[in-house]
Write a protein that binds this ligand. Structure first.
Ligand code: HEM
Length: 452
């Protein structure tokens, strides 16, 4: 009876709940478009790059993000870039985009380097005392600080402890909302809402205070060039077409979006990277050798990362095997045809990067860790709709360059000083939550090994 009820409420959710990654992989191998019901919604799992391109690019106007999964996170993110749609999204994206161009992101290099150096110093201290470190927790801290300081600069210092306190609660409650077939509004006093609400209120208050203080400083011309962080950039940005800037409410939603979209994703990718380097110690040494050639063994700055192609390839390969956004979806606004499958208005179209990145027709020996796939000019990476860690098309991740630069600096800084190895040899499995987590903490034993 319980099984039948779950099936009625959750569609294929019940079957998927047991082994979602395995099930997605099996179904994606069954065909380019495979039926998949989510709750009361008819869904289609799409695993063919040409059809993915059709939905994410060519016929993008027929799809929006009013899906159960995006509705679940909207209670916290509001109408920010990740969750909004239509003309509103286009305008917000136009305003925010310049702050995330490769060259603009480079301005944030020194902040990211400082965060990375602090993490490496803490890990060195742990190594000297023979202590282990929890990479998942530390990567979460360093990526949250990186995104928060690039957004708010020094203004954040006073609230850093509060942010570190409320964020894990927000992420845990959002994960529970996304995986539940029932998503009551935030004002209903369910157990999950009773935890989520005060955490969101606390973060809201911090963000609103920071926005108000920054507006005041900008008005009185107190903010100097050093203060030109992301928040100032977003406040100063004008829509190229209309000349409009963002309201406080929009800024709040964008700030929340960037803090949430911008840190757990990168942190999970980096946790997986330490696991993969432990499985491939030769690769770890190769990365250290590349650092010696590129920087003389010094931690890389943002100007050095162009000379670290192998490190970039290792990060790309990590994102292939363990894409933090392991699944995402769209809702059809009207009928469509996907290679003979009829999509009706209201249907969900589902993409699973985890399964797509493991399809044998797209990737040779897909389960193998082979960073050389991402060497320039290689066939395997030519179809950008076969590799979706950051999605593709107009709604591609706004922070993709930020995440790549950030990851290269953090990993390079740590490898220039240490050899991290897993302290516990039991296998680490992927755990699909809102993002793709590790099944257990990635506890590292660190060997001090300064390159310079
Ligand atoms: C490894 C790290 C990251 C991964 C794997 C990742 C992945 C993604 C994916 C797959 C999407 C598209 C979701 C969809 O269309 O349904 C997305 C969107 C987005 N990401 Fe990221 N992301 C990462 C880091 C970041 C960072 C560092 C930031 C900001 C500082 C960021 C900000 C955003 C924003 C604002 C969007 C919405 C873009 C739009 O729809 O216009 N992300 N991300």
């Amino acid at each position: 009876m319980a099984g039948l009820l779950a099936r009625l409420i959750g569609g294929d959710l019940a079957t998927l709940a047991h082994d979602p990654l395995g099930e997605f992989c099996r179904r994606s191998r069954q065909g380019a478009v495979v039926p998949l019901a989510i709750g009361f919604h008819r869904g289609h799992l799409v695993s063919d790059p040409a059809l993915i391109r059709h939905v994410l690019l060519d016929n993008i106007a027929n799809y929006d993000k009013r899906t159960p999964a995006f509705d679940a996170v909207r209670v916290v993110l509001g109408n920010g870039l990740l969750t909004s749609g239509g003309g509103f999204w286009r305008r917000q994206r136009r305003i925010a985009q310049p702050a995330f161009h490769g060259e603009s992101v480079k301005r944030f290099g020194p902040i990211i380097s400082r965060m990375a150096a602090e993490c490496a110093a803490n890990w060195e201290a742990a190594a000297r005392q023979g202590d282990t470190v929890d990479a998942c927790t530390d990567m979460m801290k360093v990526t949250l600080r990186a995104v928060a300081e690039t957004l708010f600069g020094d203004d954040l210092a006073a609230s850093a402890d509060e942010i570190n306190r409320v964020f894990p609660t927000i992420l845990a409650c959002l994960a529970a909302r996304v995986s539940s077939p029932v998503r009551p509004p935030l004002w209903l006093p369910t157990a999950n809402n009773r935890r989520l609400r005060p955490a969101v209120d606390a973060l809201d208050a911090i963000v609103r205070r920071l926005i108000a203080a920054r507006r005041q400083r900008l008005a009185s011309n107190e903010a100097d060039e050093g203060q030109r962080d992301l928040l100032t950039t977003l406040m100063a940005a004008r829509d190229e077409e209309t000349g409009e800037s963002m309201s406080d409410a929009q800024l709040r939603d964008e700030v929340m979006t960037m803090m949430i979209a911008g840190h757990e994703t990168t942190a999970n990718a980096l946790s997986w990277l330490w696991v993969l380097l432990d499985r491939h110690p030769g690769e770890l040494e190769r990365l250290r050798a590349e650092l010696v050639t590129a920087t003389g063994g010094q931690p890389p700055t943002v100007d050095d990362i162009g000379r670290l192609p192998r490190l970039k390839a290792v990060i790309q390969e990590t994102l292939r095997l363990y894409p933090p956004v392991w699944m995402f979806d769209r809702r059809a606004l009207g009928p469509d045809d996907l290679a003979g499958t009829r999509v009706a208005k209201g249907d969900l179209v589902i993409f699973c990067p985890y399964a797509l990145h493991r399809l044998p027709q797209l990737w040779s020996d897909p389960e193998a860790f082979r960073p050389e796939r991402f060497e320039p000019g290689r066939e395997e990476q030519k179809n950008k709709f076969a590799y979706l860690p950051f999605s593709a098309g107009p709604r591609i991740c706004l922070g993709a360059s930020f995440a790549m630069i950030e990851s290269q600096i953090i990993v390079g800084t740590i490898l220039a000083r240490l050899r991290p190895r897993l302290a516990d040899p039991t296998p680490v499995e992927p755990q699909p939550k809102v993002t793709l987590r590790t099944s257990r903490p990635v506890v590292l034993r660190l060997e001090p090994a300064p390159l310079a």
